[in-house]
Write a protein that binds this ligand. Structure first.
Ligand SMILES: Cc1cc2nc3c(=O)[nH]c(=O)nc-3n(C[C@H](O)[C@H](O)[C@H](O)COP(=O)(O)O)c2cc1C
Length: 352
Protein backbone atom coordinates (compact mmCIF):
# COMPACT_ATOMS: atom_id res chain seq x y z
CA UNK A 1 0.00 0.00 0.00
CA UNK A 2 2.87 2.39 0.80
CA UNK A 3 4.13 1.93 -2.78
CA UNK A 4 0.85 3.44 -4.01
CA UNK A 5 0.91 6.23 -1.42
CA UNK A 6 4.57 7.16 -1.90
CA UNK A 7 4.17 9.22 -5.12
CA UNK A 8 1.59 11.38 -3.32
CA UNK A 9 3.82 11.80 -0.28
CA UNK A 10 6.83 12.53 -2.49
CA UNK A 11 4.84 15.20 -4.28
CA UNK A 12 4.68 17.19 -1.03
CA UNK A 13 7.80 18.99 0.23
CA UNK A 14 9.87 16.58 2.38
CA UNK A 15 9.79 18.64 5.55
CA UNK A 16 6.00 19.11 5.25
CA UNK A 17 5.50 15.36 4.81
CA UNK A 18 7.64 14.79 7.85
CA UNK A 19 5.66 17.26 9.97
CA UNK A 20 2.37 15.72 8.76
CA UNK A 21 3.63 12.28 9.77
CA UNK A 22 4.51 13.50 13.27
CA UNK A 23 1.09 15.17 13.61
CA UNK A 24 -0.65 12.01 12.42
CA UNK A 25 1.26 9.94 14.96
CA UNK A 26 0.26 12.52 17.60
CA UNK A 27 -3.37 12.04 16.67
CA UNK A 28 -3.19 8.31 17.38
CA UNK A 29 -3.05 9.24 21.05
CA UNK A 30 -6.69 10.28 20.83
CA UNK A 31 -8.01 7.38 18.73
CA UNK A 32 -8.93 4.40 20.89
CA UNK A 33 -7.17 1.13 19.99
CA UNK A 34 -5.21 2.76 17.13
CA UNK A 35 -1.81 2.08 18.70
CA UNK A 36 -2.83 -1.47 19.55
CA UNK A 37 -3.91 -2.07 15.92
CA UNK A 38 -0.69 -0.52 14.64
CA UNK A 39 1.38 -2.69 16.93
CA UNK A 40 -0.49 -5.85 15.95
CA UNK A 41 0.10 -5.16 12.26
CA UNK A 42 3.57 -3.69 12.27
CA UNK A 43 5.56 -5.28 15.06
CA UNK A 44 7.21 -8.68 15.02
CA UNK A 45 8.35 -10.43 18.16
CA UNK A 46 10.75 -13.33 18.06
CA UNK A 47 12.97 -14.46 20.94
CA UNK A 48 15.86 -15.02 18.50
CA UNK A 49 15.96 -11.25 17.90
CA UNK A 50 16.60 -10.13 21.47
CA UNK A 51 20.01 -8.63 22.21
CA UNK A 52 21.93 -7.46 25.25
CA UNK A 53 24.17 -4.58 24.19
CA UNK A 54 26.08 -2.16 26.45
CA UNK A 55 24.10 -3.49 29.41
CA UNK A 56 20.64 -2.85 27.92
CA UNK A 57 18.17 -5.52 26.80
CA UNK A 58 16.85 -4.82 23.29
CA UNK A 59 13.77 -6.75 22.10
CA UNK A 60 15.23 -6.57 18.59
CA UNK A 61 18.29 -4.98 16.91
CA UNK A 62 16.47 -2.52 14.60
CA UNK A 63 16.22 1.10 15.73
CA UNK A 64 15.11 4.45 14.43
CA UNK A 65 18.08 6.76 13.75
CA UNK A 66 18.43 10.25 15.18
CA UNK A 67 16.75 13.12 13.36
CA UNK A 68 13.28 11.65 12.82
CA UNK A 69 11.81 12.40 16.25
CA UNK A 70 14.19 15.18 17.24
CA UNK A 71 12.02 16.45 20.09
CA UNK A 72 10.75 13.09 21.37
CA UNK A 73 7.19 14.03 20.44
CA UNK A 74 5.97 10.59 19.34
CA UNK A 75 8.29 8.01 20.86
CA UNK A 76 5.47 5.74 22.07
CA UNK A 77 3.65 5.89 18.75
CA UNK A 78 6.84 5.15 16.80
CA UNK A 79 7.55 2.20 19.06
CA UNK A 80 4.32 0.61 17.74
CA UNK A 81 6.07 0.28 14.36
CA UNK A 82 8.16 -2.47 15.92
CA UNK A 83 11.45 -0.66 16.59
CA UNK A 84 13.74 -2.18 19.23
CA UNK A 85 14.98 1.29 20.12
CA UNK A 86 14.49 4.90 19.16
CA UNK A 87 17.15 7.59 19.14
CA UNK A 88 15.78 11.06 19.73
CA UNK A 89 17.59 14.31 18.89
CA UNK A 90 20.00 15.70 18.13
CA UNK A 91 19.19 17.80 21.17
CA UNK A 92 21.14 20.95 22.05
CA UNK A 93 21.06 22.75 25.43
CA UNK A 94 18.96 25.62 24.03
CA UNK A 95 16.30 25.45 21.34
CA UNK A 96 17.38 26.52 17.84
CA UNK A 97 15.74 27.02 14.46
CA UNK A 98 18.30 25.28 12.27
CA UNK A 99 19.17 26.40 8.74
CA UNK A 100 16.86 28.29 6.36
CA UNK A 101 14.30 26.25 4.37
CA UNK A 102 14.19 24.41 2.02
CA UNK A 103 16.68 22.14 3.73
CA UNK A 104 15.60 18.58 2.88
CA UNK A 105 15.69 17.12 -0.63
CA UNK A 106 14.78 13.70 -2.01
CA UNK A 107 16.97 11.99 -4.60
CA UNK A 108 14.65 9.18 -5.81
CA UNK A 109 17.06 8.06 -8.55
CA UNK A 110 19.60 7.30 -5.84
CA UNK A 111 17.12 6.28 -3.10
CA UNK A 112 18.70 8.98 -0.99
CA UNK A 113 18.06 12.23 0.86
CA UNK A 114 20.15 15.36 1.24
CA UNK A 115 19.44 17.30 4.42
CA UNK A 116 20.78 20.59 5.66
CA UNK A 117 18.58 20.87 8.74
CA UNK A 118 21.25 22.27 11.06
CA UNK A 119 20.01 20.48 14.21
CA UNK A 120 16.72 22.34 14.62
CA UNK A 121 15.24 21.25 17.96
CA UNK A 122 13.24 22.42 20.95
CA UNK A 123 16.16 22.36 23.40
CA UNK A 124 17.06 19.89 26.15
CA UNK A 125 14.59 21.08 28.80
CA UNK A 126 11.58 20.85 26.45
CA UNK A 127 12.67 17.44 25.13
CA UNK A 128 13.15 16.09 28.67
CA UNK A 129 9.64 17.30 29.47
CA UNK A 130 8.22 15.50 26.42
CA UNK A 131 9.95 12.28 27.46
CA UNK A 132 8.81 12.49 31.08
CA UNK A 133 5.19 13.14 30.08
CA UNK A 134 4.90 9.71 28.49
CA UNK A 135 7.51 7.75 30.42
CA UNK A 136 4.98 5.59 32.29
CA UNK A 137 3.68 4.06 29.07
CA UNK A 138 7.06 3.70 27.41
CA UNK A 139 8.04 0.21 26.33
CA UNK A 140 11.01 0.94 24.11
CA UNK A 141 14.66 1.80 24.71
CA UNK A 142 15.31 5.49 24.04
CA UNK A 143 18.69 6.95 23.13
CA UNK A 144 19.42 10.64 23.59
CA UNK A 145 21.55 12.09 20.81
CA UNK A 146 23.18 15.32 22.03
CA UNK A 147 25.04 18.15 20.35
CA UNK A 148 26.09 21.75 20.85
CA UNK A 149 24.17 24.87 19.86
CA UNK A 150 25.30 26.25 16.49
CA UNK A 151 26.13 29.62 18.05
CA UNK A 152 28.49 28.05 20.59
CA UNK A 153 32.11 28.13 19.38
CA UNK A 154 33.94 24.81 19.28
CA UNK A 155 36.20 26.02 22.10
CA UNK A 156 33.16 26.09 24.42
CA UNK A 157 31.49 22.96 23.03
CA UNK A 158 32.21 20.67 25.99
CA UNK A 159 29.99 22.73 28.31
CA UNK A 160 27.10 22.51 25.83
CA UNK A 161 27.31 18.71 25.57
CA UNK A 162 27.48 18.51 29.36
CA UNK A 163 24.37 20.68 29.78
CA UNK A 164 22.32 18.65 27.32
CA UNK A 165 23.60 15.43 28.97
CA UNK A 166 22.57 16.55 32.45
CA UNK A 167 19.12 17.74 31.34
CA UNK A 168 18.33 14.43 29.63
CA UNK A 169 20.05 12.08 32.07
CA UNK A 170 16.95 10.78 33.82
CA UNK A 171 14.85 10.60 30.66
CA UNK A 172 16.85 8.38 28.29
CA UNK A 173 18.48 4.94 28.44
CA UNK A 174 21.71 5.71 26.58
CA UNK A 175 23.48 8.72 25.06
CA UNK A 176 25.09 9.46 21.73
CA UNK A 177 27.57 12.31 21.36
CA UNK A 178 27.02 13.78 17.91
CA UNK A 179 30.20 15.41 16.63
CA UNK A 180 29.63 14.34 13.05
CA UNK A 181 26.73 16.37 11.66
CA UNK A 182 27.89 18.11 8.46
CA UNK A 183 25.10 20.70 8.67
CA UNK A 184 26.48 22.80 11.52
CA UNK A 185 29.56 24.80 10.60
CA UNK A 186 32.77 23.22 11.91
CA UNK A 187 30.95 20.66 14.08
CA UNK A 188 32.88 17.81 12.51
CA UNK A 189 36.08 19.56 13.61
CA UNK A 190 35.15 18.36 17.10
CA UNK A 191 36.28 14.89 16.05
CA UNK A 192 39.90 16.10 16.30
CA UNK A 193 41.31 14.31 19.30
CA UNK A 194 42.00 17.31 21.54
CA UNK A 195 38.56 18.85 21.00
CA UNK A 196 36.91 15.47 21.40
CA UNK A 197 38.84 14.75 24.58
CA UNK A 198 37.32 17.81 26.26
CA UNK A 199 33.76 16.75 25.36
CA UNK A 200 34.18 13.09 26.29
CA UNK A 201 35.87 14.02 29.57
CA UNK A 202 33.12 16.50 30.51
CA UNK A 203 30.37 13.98 29.81
CA UNK A 204 31.98 10.95 31.45
CA UNK A 205 32.96 13.03 34.53
CA UNK A 206 29.37 14.22 34.82
CA UNK A 207 28.15 10.63 34.63
CA UNK A 208 30.03 9.84 37.87
CA UNK A 209 27.60 12.04 39.81
CA UNK A 210 24.65 9.84 38.90
CA UNK A 211 23.62 6.61 40.63
CA UNK A 212 22.36 4.92 37.47
CA UNK A 213 24.94 4.17 34.79
CA UNK A 214 23.91 5.35 31.31
CA UNK A 215 25.98 4.10 28.34
CA UNK A 216 27.61 6.83 26.25
CA UNK A 217 28.37 6.28 22.55
CA UNK A 218 30.02 8.44 19.93
CA UNK A 219 28.55 9.03 16.46
CA UNK A 220 31.22 9.20 13.77
CA UNK A 221 31.30 10.79 10.36
CA UNK A 222 31.47 8.41 7.38
CA UNK A 223 34.11 10.73 5.91
CA UNK A 224 36.86 9.98 8.48
CA UNK A 225 40.14 8.50 7.28
CA UNK A 226 41.50 5.25 8.74
CA UNK A 227 44.03 7.27 10.78
CA UNK A 228 41.30 9.51 12.18
CA UNK A 229 39.21 6.45 13.12
CA UNK A 230 42.18 4.97 14.97
CA UNK A 231 42.74 8.23 16.87
CA UNK A 232 39.10 8.32 17.89
CA UNK A 233 39.25 4.68 19.01
CA UNK A 234 42.21 5.42 21.28
CA UNK A 235 40.10 8.03 23.02
CA UNK A 236 37.05 5.77 23.16
CA UNK A 237 39.04 3.15 25.06
CA UNK A 238 40.86 5.70 27.23
CA UNK A 239 37.55 7.08 28.53
CA UNK A 240 35.66 3.79 28.51
CA UNK A 241 32.96 4.87 26.09
CA UNK A 242 30.35 2.18 25.53
CA UNK A 243 30.17 2.07 21.75
CA UNK A 244 29.98 3.85 18.41
CA UNK A 245 27.29 4.85 15.97
CA UNK A 246 28.72 4.27 12.49
CA UNK A 247 27.92 6.67 10.90
CA UNK A 248 26.27 10.02 10.14
CA UNK A 249 25.46 11.57 6.74
CA UNK A 250 28.21 12.29 4.19
CA UNK A 251 29.25 15.41 2.31
CA UNK A 252 30.50 13.24 -0.57
CA UNK A 253 28.52 13.11 -3.81
CA UNK A 254 30.37 10.47 -5.82
CA UNK A 255 28.71 8.01 -8.21
CA UNK A 256 25.21 9.42 -7.90
CA UNK A 257 22.57 8.98 -10.63
CA UNK A 258 20.99 12.35 -9.83
CA UNK A 259 22.26 14.87 -12.43
CA UNK A 260 24.87 17.37 -11.17
CA UNK A 261 22.58 20.26 -12.16
CA UNK A 262 19.84 18.94 -9.83
CA UNK A 263 22.38 18.36 -7.07
CA UNK A 264 23.70 21.89 -7.34
CA UNK A 265 20.18 23.28 -6.82
CA UNK A 266 20.07 21.57 -3.42
CA UNK A 267 21.65 23.07 -0.36
CA UNK A 268 24.98 21.55 0.56
CA UNK A 269 24.36 19.10 3.34
CA UNK A 270 24.46 15.49 4.46
CA UNK A 271 23.61 12.70 2.06
CA UNK A 272 21.84 9.63 3.47
CA UNK A 273 20.34 6.43 2.08
CA UNK A 274 21.50 3.80 -0.43
CA UNK A 275 24.78 5.50 -1.50
CA UNK A 276 26.07 5.17 2.09
CA UNK A 277 25.79 1.41 2.43
CA UNK A 278 29.17 0.33 1.04
CA UNK A 279 31.01 2.82 3.22
CA UNK A 280 29.00 1.87 6.34
CA UNK A 281 29.77 -1.78 5.70
CA UNK A 282 33.49 -1.08 5.27
CA UNK A 283 33.67 1.07 8.39
CA UNK A 284 31.78 -1.44 10.54
CA UNK A 285 34.01 -4.27 9.36
CA UNK A 286 37.18 -2.20 9.88
CA UNK A 287 36.27 -1.07 13.41
CA UNK A 288 34.95 -4.49 14.46
CA UNK A 289 38.21 -6.12 13.32
CA UNK A 290 40.39 -3.44 14.89
CA UNK A 291 38.59 -3.73 18.24
CA UNK A 292 38.30 -7.54 18.05
CA UNK A 293 34.52 -7.17 18.26
CA UNK A 294 34.87 -5.81 21.80
CA UNK A 295 33.20 -2.46 21.14
CA UNK A 296 29.45 -2.38 20.39
CA UNK A 297 28.65 -0.76 17.05
CA UNK A 298 25.30 0.63 15.95
CA UNK A 299 25.35 0.66 12.15
CA UNK A 300 23.58 3.63 10.58
CA UNK A 301 23.71 4.47 6.90
CA UNK A 302 22.18 2.94 3.83
CA UNK A 303 19.85 0.21 5.12
CA UNK A 304 17.33 0.16 2.26
CA UNK A 305 16.29 -3.51 2.33
CA UNK A 306 16.24 -6.53 4.63
CA UNK A 307 19.55 -7.94 3.40
CA UNK A 308 21.39 -4.66 4.06
CA UNK A 309 20.48 -4.94 7.76
CA UNK A 310 21.48 -8.60 7.94
CA UNK A 311 24.82 -7.94 6.23
CA UNK A 312 25.69 -5.06 8.58
CA UNK A 313 24.95 -7.26 11.59
CA UNK A 314 27.06 -10.03 10.07
CA UNK A 315 29.85 -7.51 9.43
CA UNK A 316 30.12 -6.81 13.16
CA UNK A 317 27.36 -4.38 14.13
CA UNK A 318 25.40 -5.21 17.28
CA UNK A 319 22.41 -3.10 16.25
CA UNK A 320 21.27 -1.24 13.11
CA UNK A 321 19.33 1.98 12.63
CA UNK A 322 17.19 3.16 9.75
CA UNK A 323 16.00 6.56 8.59
CA UNK A 324 16.05 7.04 4.80
CA UNK A 325 14.98 3.41 4.30
CA UNK A 326 11.83 4.16 6.28
CA UNK A 327 11.00 7.10 4.01
CA UNK A 328 11.39 4.99 0.87
CA UNK A 329 9.83 1.75 2.19
CA UNK A 330 7.16 2.94 4.62
CA UNK A 331 6.17 1.83 8.11
CA UNK A 332 6.05 -1.90 7.24
CA UNK A 333 9.83 -1.85 6.64
CA UNK A 334 10.78 -2.63 10.26
CA UNK A 335 8.67 -5.80 10.31
CA UNK A 336 10.12 -6.93 6.97
CA UNK A 337 13.67 -6.56 8.31
CA UNK A 338 12.80 -8.32 11.57
CA UNK A 339 11.19 -11.26 9.73
CA UNK A 340 14.27 -11.62 7.55
CA UNK A 341 16.61 -11.51 10.58
CA UNK A 342 14.42 -13.98 12.50
CA UNK A 343 14.41 -16.48 9.61
CA UNK A 344 18.15 -16.18 9.21
CA UNK A 345 18.90 -16.65 12.93
CA UNK A 346 16.55 -19.62 13.22
CA UNK A 347 18.31 -21.25 10.25
CA UNK A 348 21.72 -20.69 11.85
CA UNK A 349 20.51 -22.16 15.17
CA UNK A 350 19.06 -25.20 13.37
CA UNK A 351 22.31 -25.84 11.47
CA UNK A 352 24.49 -25.57 14.56
C1 LIG B 1 16.36 14.62 7.63
C2 LIG B 1 17.47 14.02 8.47
C3 LIG B 1 17.78 14.59 9.69
C4 LIG B 1 18.81 14.04 10.47
N1 LIG B 1 19.10 14.59 11.69
C5 LIG B 1 20.07 14.05 12.47
C6 LIG B 1 20.37 14.59 13.74
O1 LIG B 1 19.75 15.54 14.20
N2 LIG B 1 21.38 14.01 14.46
C7 LIG B 1 22.09 12.93 14.01
O2 LIG B 1 22.97 12.43 14.70
N3 LIG B 1 21.80 12.38 12.80
C8 LIG B 1 20.81 12.91 12.04
N4 LIG B 1 20.53 12.36 10.82
C9 LIG B 1 21.35 11.22 10.33
C10 LIG B 1 20.65 9.87 10.61
O3 LIG B 1 20.52 9.65 11.99
C11 LIG B 1 21.46 8.71 10.01
O4 LIG B 1 22.67 8.58 10.70
C12 LIG B 1 21.75 8.91 8.52
O5 LIG B 1 20.62 9.41 7.86
C13 LIG B 1 22.19 7.62 7.85
O6 LIG B 1 21.20 6.64 7.91
P1 LIG B 1 20.16 6.31 6.71
O7 LIG B 1 20.97 6.10 5.47
O8 LIG B 1 19.42 5.10 7.20
O9 LIG B 1 19.26 7.50 6.60
C14 LIG B 1 19.52 12.90 10.02
C15 LIG B 1 19.17 12.32 8.79
C16 LIG B 1 18.16 12.86 8.01
C17 LIG B 1 17.83 12.21 6.70
Amino acid sequence: MYTQLRPVLFWIAPETTHRLTIELLHLLRYIPLSKWIMQRNLSYDDPSLTREVFGLKFKNPVGLAAGFDKNAEVVNELSCMGFGFIEIGSVTPLSQQGNPKPRVFRLPKDRAIVNHMGINNAGAAAVAKNLKRHSRRRRVIVGGNISKNSATPNTAAAADYERAFVKLYDSVDYFVINVSCPNVENLRGLQDSEQLRGIVEAVTEQRKYHDTYKPVLLKLSPDLSATQIEEVLTLVFEYGLDGLVVANTTTRREDLCTPPATLSRMASGGLSGAPLLANTMGMVRYIATLTKHQLPIIASGGVMNEDDALQLLNAGASLVQIYTGLIYNGPGFVKRILKRLGTSYRLVTKKS
